[in-house]
Design a binder for this molecule. Structure first.
Ligand SMILES: C[S@@+](CC[C@H](N)C(=O)[O-])C[C@H]1O[C@@H](n2cnc3c(N)ncnc32)[C@H](O)[C@@H]1O
Length: 257
């Protein structure tokens, strides 16, 4: 197998790794700041009546924030396990099976398409025209990522341990976003965010990251054990609850007329 094929297979396995752990995902992954969601939809003239698609919605972490903002939300998600968890948690939300490359919605049916922690999994050559199809002209596409704030020393150390020898843990680079003639230039903003954690619950959060889901069970246990050990060794995290400081990177671009 060539390295390219190996990397593509690994990427596909990681992209579809979440559903087997949907309950843990919903329990342990962070939500998003309301300010980030509002900034994402700002170019739309009347956000309060906006029809918003949460694409790659997972268990509905971003859906919940969008509902809190008062938007009319539709969720689309390809993974059956994640979709089932979303429907269980939010039975009133219009949640459909589909992907960024095949969105089961009519042309121009949304004012905004938002993507939480999933844009990097899309096949952009196919997804961008498809997102452009379901957005009305002047509508907005935005993607959000929660990042642990690695300017904090204990988090920098944690990331070194968490990366371990796990495969394919290179970060998606938000400075190199894909361009498409249907969309204007990308804008980027950062929002401070935090999640209340303990050493155990933070270890569980990292256990929902795709690079820890695709490795053999014994390697996964060893990796999570090293993370637990690291957190036990740090005064900031050794006992009780603490804030995990994060930054929510948000990018947006407008659908051209
Ligand atoms: C890290 S989870 C993020 C879930 C949710 N948006 C959140 O913020 O918690 C990534 C999600 O992207 C979904 N996904 C992977 N490939 C996708 C694709 N091509 N189109 C749409 N969603 C995709 C996965 O099934 C998974 O639910």
């Amino acid at each position: 197998m060539t390295e390219d094929v190996h990397n593509q297979n690994l990427r596909a396995r990681r992209a579809s790794s979440f559903g087997g752990h949907a309950g843990a995902y919903a329990e342990h992954r962070p939500d998003y700041p309301v300010a980030a969601a509002r900034w994402a939809v700002e170019p739309v003239t009347d956000p309060s009546t906006s029809r918003v698609l949460d694409l790659g919605a997972g268990t509905g972490k971003l859906t919940e924030v969008l509902l809190r903002c008062g938007f009319q939300v539709t969720a689309v998600e390809p993974d059956a396990g994640m979709l089932a968890e979303l429907r269980r948690r939010m039975p009133r939300v219009d949640a459909r099976e589909g992907s960024a490359e095949a969105i089961p919605m009519p042309d121009a049916s949304f004012d905004a398409v938002l993507v939480g922690q999933a844009f990097h999994w899309f096949d952009h050559d196919r997804a961008l025209p498809e997102i452009g199809r379901v957005l009305r002209p002047g509508g907005v596409l935005a993607a959000l990522w929660n990042r642990d704030d690695d300017r904090v020393e204990w988090i920098e150390g944690l990331q070194e341990v968490a990366r371990g020898e796990a495969p394919g843990t290179r970060r998606y680079d938000q400075r190199r976003l894909p361009a498409h003639p249907a969309f204007g230039a990308w804008e980027l903003a950062e929002f401070p965010h935090a999640q209340r954690r303990t050493a155990d619950s933070l270890t569980a959060t990292i256990g929902t990251h795709s690079h820890t889901l695709v490795i053999p069970a014994d390697e996964r246990e060893a990796l999570l054990g090293r993370i637990r050990g690291y957190l036990a060794s740090r005064p900031e995290t050794a006992s009780g609850e603490f804030d995990l400081p994060m930054v929510t990177l948000t990018v947006r671009c407008v659908r051209q007329p």
